[in-house]
Design a protein around this ligand. Structure first.
Ligand code: ATP
Length: 358
């Protein structure tokens, strides 16, 4: 639904050049919620602004719903007719809502319809429908200053949907909201994605946003996408940095004090879906008559799916445990053997669960 190929954006100001995007390839499938995460300055805002051509990329292509926007004439400030029409089919939600304070809620939602010349009756009907859809039917005559942050963002979402877009872009839509309101707005985005078949591309610096609402994600760093994919695939990849940030196990020691100096093997076992139903630790202990030390465990719901991770210690070195490790893998579990000297595979997280830079 959205594809960028080798997208670059170089800003030039006062003789300096800043490469904000450095060859970004992104593919967002129709009907999915796709999150782009990364620390400040990674290029997320530039990417989303290039997707709807609020910024014209320096090179590369952007295709949305089968139309190559980069091939359409016009600059970012003076887009041609085709580009203006294509942009209307892309809704955009902003961090600071961008509502007009002199207009009522209803009039804010009607604005995109006024611009495309819809008649008054249709505008009113459509705005009323959208306000009901976002749960704000009774606030139609209020002004933005009379609304809470969450309500303002609901108006922003209703306005973004006015021209019936197939794609919704969200630029840090929940960053200015408290955690409970964030949860409600993300749930609304998810509902709209499902009810309307809307494809959603959102950018965020918060891993929790990715975890609670996205089907797929990309991690950006220094203007590049360093990793991307469906969350379930990323979580099944022991080397995925995104997976590790999405689901940190915590700072469990790679080994215990009692085992210090002794030969041991530390495993990290990741399970998804039905796999946790199996009592694999006790089965392993019984089958191979070994004592298993559990160093840490956590279970989370990510992309609507239960995912668990457990760190265990087995007696003996890696060569002694090849058979038990093979047994676990045969059960459909993902098993990573940790290096005791470097206990966190794929370490060097770029964001933490609460979004702070690491
Ligand atoms: N209009 C501009 N002119 C010059 N440089 C810019 C401009 N906009 C962004 N940049 C630079 O491009 C880089 C990427 O910025 P961008 O805003 O896309 O990052 P971001 O990941 O969205 O960061 P944040 O989370 O802080 O918004 C940064 O180095 C930034 O300073």
């Amino acid at each position: 639904m959205i594809t960028t190929k080798d997208l670059t954006k170089v800003y030039r100001s006062r003789g300096r050049e800043v490469t904000a995007l450095d060859g970004v390839d992104l593919h967002v499938r129709e009907g999915e919620v796709f999150g782009v995460v990364g620390t400040s300055g990674a290029g997320k805002s530039t990417l989303i602004r290039c997707v709807n051509m609020l910024e014209r990329p320096t090179s590369g292509s952007v295709t949305v719903d089968g139309l190559e926007l980069t091939a359409l004439p016009g600059s970012e400030h003076r887009p041609g007719r085709e580009l203006r029409e294509a942009r209307r089919r892309i809704g955009m939600v902003f961090q600071h809502f961008n509502l007009l304070s002199s207009r009522t809620v209803q009039e804010n939602v009607e604005l995109p319809l006024e611009i495309i010349g819809a008649d008054r009756h249709d505008r009113r009907r459509r705005a009323a429908e959208l306000l009901d859809l976002v749960g704000l039917g009774e606030k139609a005559r209020s002004y933005p200053s009379q609304l809470s942050g969450g309500q303002k963002q609901r108006v922003g979402i209703a306005r973004a949907l006015a021209a019936e877009p197939r794609v919704l872009l969200s630029d840090e839509a929940t960053s200015a909201l408290d955690p409970e309101t964030t949860r409600q707005i993300l749930a609304l985005l998810r509902d709209l994605n499902r009810q309307l078949g809307l494809t959603v591309l959102l950018i965020t610096h918060e891993m929790d946003v990715i975890k609670s609402v996205c089907d797929s994600a990309a991690l950006m760093k220094g203007g590049r996408v360093v990793e991307s994919g469906a969350l379930t695939d990323l979580l099944a990849d022991g080397r995925s940095r995104l997976a590790r940030d999405l689901f940190p196990l915590g700072d469990f020691a790679a080994g215990t004090a009692s085992s210090a100096g002794r030969d041991r093997t530390v495993l990290e076992i990741t399970f998804q879906g039905d796999a946790p139903a199996q009592p694999f630790v006790s089965q392993l202990a019984r089958t191979y008559q070994i004592d298993i030390n559990i160093l840490g465990a956590a279970v989370e719901t990510i992309a609507g799916r239960m995912v668990g991770r457990m760190r265990v210690e087995l007696p003996g070195g890696h060569p002694d445990n090849v058979v038990p490790i093979g047994y676990l893998r045969e059960q459909g579990l993902q098993v990573d053997v940790l290096d005791p000297a470097r206990p966190h595979p794929g370490a060097d997280p770029v964001t933490s669960a609460n979004g702070a830079a690491a």
